[in-house]
Each structure stands twice: as C-alpha cells, then as structure tokens.
Design a binder for this molecule. Structure first.
Ligand code: GAP
Length: 444
C-alpha cells in the first residue's frame, strides 16, 4: 500500500469512517464496517446517486430486489458457468494468485516481490468461480442451492416484465437499484476498493435496438458529469473505452470511469452496452415473454440495455482520496483536511463556544439548535479551539461557527472556512443564510 493510501486508511479508522470487519477477533479479510461518520457519508453518496438517477428523471424508476436469487437466474445469465477468475498456484511459496493481476500480488515468502519477480515455480492457470452459494431451507440437496447475487443487475432483468406491467413506463426507460453484492474475490485489497461483500448502484436503461449507441454515449456523459458534480477534480477522473478483448461476454461496448488512486488509474464505474443479451437469455430460460410491442414496426422486440454500474464503496474511497490533503502549518506540523463537497460532508457545520463560561455555551447551544434545522451540525465545547477545528477538518466539515467574548456585544460569530482558512464575522441572525449561500456556490 502506498504511503498516502496508508494515511487515508489511518484517517478513516481514527475518525470513525471505516473499521476492519470482525476486528476484535483478528478481522475477516476483505470485509469492512462503516462507523458513525462512514455510514453518513455512504448514505449521502447513495442518496445523491438516487436523486440524480431516479428522482430527477421522468424515465427512470426504482427497485429493491432480493439478494438471494434462484440458481436458475445465474445459470441462465452465464454467471455459474462463466463468472471465473484465472488462478495460478505457486509450488514454492504455496500462494494462489490471479493470473491476470500478478503485478498487484505479493509472494508469500519474498513479501516485497510480486509473483512476476520472485522466481517461484507456478502451475498453469485454472478457473475459479466467484459466486457465493448457500442453502435455502432445511433440505441439504442441490435443489436448495441459492446464490448471493454477484451483481444487482439480474434482479432488475428478472423484474423487467413486472415493472413494464405495473409502472406505466414505456421504452426507453430505466430501472435503478442500490444494494449489496457478493463475490468470492481471490485478490482483494486497496481497503474497500475490492471486497467480498460490497454495494452497487446500478441502472439498466431499456431502449430500442438501433438507438443503443446513442443512449450509450448519453449515459457515459451523464455519469461523468455526476462525478464532476460531486467535486471530484477533472484531472483525477477519466473515461476509458474497453478494448474488444476486455469486453464482458454480454457487452457490445463499455466505457470505464477511472480514478487516479494513490496506486494509479483504476475502475470505479462501468457504463456498458449489454445489448439484448440478458433479457434474451431470461426469455429463453424462463419461457416468459420479455419483449415490448413496437407500435411502429408492429412487432415484439427485446430491448437493448445500457448499464451504468458503480460500486458504492469504491465511490466512497474515490471521494475520500480526492478530498484528502495534507498541508504544512507554519509551525512545521501537518494539517490534514478532507475537502469534501459540502453536500457530502457528514457534518456540515460545527458550532463551538470559545470557552465554557461567560454565557458562551448558552449562546452556542441556541445557534446550534437553529442551524440544526437546516444543516447537519455538531456542537463541541471540549478541548482547545485548535483541536476542535483540526478534528472537524479531518471529517470534512466545511464551516465552523465560534461564539466568543465579542458575541455578547456585536451579536456576531466567527465563521471559519475549512478550505481557505478565512475567518469572517457574521451576524447571528444571518449565519444560516450565509452558510447556505456558500454551500450553493462551493467549488473545489
Ligand atoms: N452489473 C455489471 C457489473 O457488476 P462490474 O464491473 O463487475 O460490473 C461494477 O462491477 C462496479 O462494482 C465496479 O465498477 C466497482 O465499482 C464495483 N465492484 C465490483 N467488484 C467489486 C468488489 N469486489 N469490491 C468493491 N466494489 C466492486
């Protein structure tokens, strides 16, 4: 892990964003738990995606399908037979590595070297399936095998007809879903970058064959716009088209949205043209009609699908990495700041009395009660003012209001800006509007 990534990970633990899973029992590899700050940020990311993809659009509706799905779904979709990673075993160190990710792996004996450098004795690659299966019901036989979904998308495909029949939607339209997915990943890493249990935000957009390439371009542009709207810096995010040999078995084209993580460019979201592959397969497999009536052509047509698919956790890590900055203070110490977009900050406003006397706490509590009606706020009266600012800098709070000795006479507070470190005096009855204006015009 790079130095900067180690420091980002340390901050996530120190400030209650992310904890290693099952930590008091020594941890469970590739699982992580979200703490009080993390759960807020994660929820805000999902809500923002939902607003942008569902609520703000007339032609996208939502869905929440089951995690456990019938084995048949995954046999038909091609996951049981084909959702594999090629693995090689090392006879020298007994390690097992993903054959296509050797440069990211480490030899179990020569821990600083990758399997490409350690000179180990390797087997030929073999295929390992990534699906988690379990048994539903008390009868322990094959008929009861169910799979934990490795993508949320199939829950959407198997409900296509239900939504068509009940939601008064017409092609072109989308169905969006946010939820957990599970993959028995062989190589994990980058903290929450690649885990075995994670969350996805996916939308399947159903359109007429022939209009698919135009919609694909539209959704690629829309998704990149969303990333930029969240404050992610343009130089750190890009669209990369898949080469033909990279394409998944179901895709005709795919653009990956990549972020420049501390270890280099890597995928955070895929926008794929899945053609009529999935609905076609499920129509065959289930015997149920999954076509729509094209009134102009006067025929039944299986729609094409454009799929923007982002990982919630990877999005979380992207936002943290992009927001993370270290500044050297005049005294040589390091100031760590998360420059989060104010709409994603778990705490948007900190309210402090400078000291715990002279009526300051009472005034600060009254301001806190007022501001809480409009913003996510935190009241803190303990410790030095510098420590209180430092703590809120590290959780990405964009504005802090301090009640001091002058408040009693001038009826104003000091508003301190996280990004510029500017401090301004603002009248108590103007603070809420002042902060709302600053948030509305915030740029990175
Ligand atoms: N339905 C299409 C699909 O699942 P994918 O590229 O395999 O496509 C989509 O996954 C997104 O889900 C990825 O871009 C990534 O953000 C996230 N993702 C995939 N595997 C993940 C894992 N093991 N841990 C965390 N996020 C993951």
């Amino acid at each position: 892990m790079s130095d900067i990534m180690e420091r980002v990970v340390a901050l996530t633990k120190r400030r209650g964003f992310i904890y290693p899973g099952s930590e008091i029992y020594g941890g469970l590899q590739a699982t992580y738990d979200y703490g009080p700050m993390g759960v807020e940020l994660k929820r805000l990311i999902k809500d923002d995606w939902w607003r942008d993809m569902v609520r703000d659009r007339e032609n996208v509706v939502g869905l929440d399908a089951s995690i456990l799905m019938a084995a048949k779904v995954w046999e038909v979709s091609g996951h049981v037979g084909g959702f594999n990673d090629p693995m090689i075993d090392c006879k020298t160190c007994q390690g097992r590595f993903r054959a296509d990710k050797l440069e990211q792996s480490k030899c179990l004996k020569k821990k600083k070297l990758s399997p490409l450098e350690c000179g180990g004795d390797f087997t030929e690659p073999r295929q390992f399936n990534l699906m988690f299966s379990t048994k539903a019901g008390p009868v322990d036989d094959d008929a009861a095998t169910v799979y934990l979904r490795p993508e949320t998308a199939q829950g959407i495909f198997v409900n296509f007809k239900n939504v068509m029949d009940t939601a008064r939607v017409k092609i072109p339209f989308g169905i969006a879903q946010v939820g957990k997915a599970f993959r028995n990943e062989i190589v994990t890493g980058g903290q929450i970058f690649r885990m075995r249990e994670f969350e996805q935000m996916e939308m399947e957009f159903f359109c007429a064959p022939g209009s698919d390439e135009e919609w694909h371009e539209y959704w690629k542009a829309e998704r990149l716009r969303w990333w930029r709207d969240l404050g992610v810096r343009a130089e750190n995010i890009r669209m990369r088209e898949h080469t033909p040999d990279e394409l998944a078995h179901y895709a005709r084209g795919c653009g990956d949205i990549e972020y420049k993580y501390p270890w280099g460019w890597d995928e955070v979201e895929g926008v794929a043209n899945r053609t009529d592959y999935d609905l076609g397969k499920h129509q065959e497999g289930s015997g149920k009609g999954l076509a729509y009536r094209d009134d102009e052509k006067k025929e039944w047509v299986v729609p094409y699908v454009i799929e923007p698919s982002a990982g919630v956790d990877r999005c979380f890590l992207t936002i943290l990495c992009d927001a993370y900055e270290e500044h050297e203070k005049p005294n040589g110490e390091t100031r760590t700041v998360l420059h989060l977009h104010p709409r994603l900050a778990p705490v948007q406003v900190g309210v402090f009395p400078l000291v715990k006397k002279d009526g300051m706490p009472e005034k600060a509590e009254a301001l806190y009660a007022e501001l809480k009606k409009r913003f996510r706020c935190l009241y803190d009266k303990a410790g030095s003012i510098g420590k209180r600012y430092a703590r809120l800098d590290e959780i990405g709070t964009p504005y802090c209001c301090t009640i001091d000795g002058d408040t009693a006479t001038d009826g104003a507070v000091t508003v301190r800006h996280r990004d510029s470190l500017d401090q301004e005096r603002v009248a108590l009855d103007q603070v809420a509007n002042y902060i709302a204006d600053k948030m509305a015009t915030w740029t990175r």
